[in-house]
Structure formats: structure tokens, C-alpha cells
Design a protein around this ligand. Structure first.
Ligand SMILES: [Zn+2]
Length: 74
């Protein structure tokens, strides 16, 4: 088994992160500020802004080539 760099990310998605890459869409995210889980029914992807419903912090989603999600505080 090769080391999977996306192993520590959420693996709930049906789509393989390696196949989707930067075009990967996410259905939820864990807030880096308050650790709350925020479901996003419409989905979001690279370059989208997301809002934590719990603490009100806004983030810009950045998806790497390997499909890893990073959230930057706006
Ligand atoms: Zn939050």
C-alpha cells in the first residue's frame, strides 16, 4: 500500500479524492476556528467562500491538486 497523503482528511466522499483532484467538491467542512462541522448541501469547491454557521467566521476554500481541502480565514 502506498502512503496516501489524503488519509487524514475526511473519507466520507464517494468520489476518490485522487480522481477528483482540484475539481473535488465538498459537502461539509470542519471549522478550523471552532471545530464545528458545517454541512453544505449545495457543495463547495476550490475558490468558494464558506461560512461557519456556529462562530460566523468566513473562509475561502482552497483545494490542492491532490484534492485536499484547506480553509483560509478571509
Ligand atoms: Zn466556526
Amino acid at each position: 500500500m502506498p502512503y496516501d497523503p489524503a488519509y487524514d482528511e475526511e473519507e466520507k466522499q464517494d468520489t476518490s479524492s485522487e480522481e477528483a483532484g482540484q475539481a473535488r467538491r465538498f459537502k461539509d467542512f470542519e471549522c478550523p476556528e471552532c471545530a464545528a462541522n458545517n454541512p453544505y448541501d449545495d457543495g463547495f469547491g476550490d475558490g468558494d467562500d464558506v461560512l461557519c454557521y456556529y462562530c460566523g467566521q468566513e473562509f475561502r476554500a482552497q483545494v490542492s491538486d491532490s484534492g485536499r481541502l484547506k480553509l483560509k480565514v478571509i
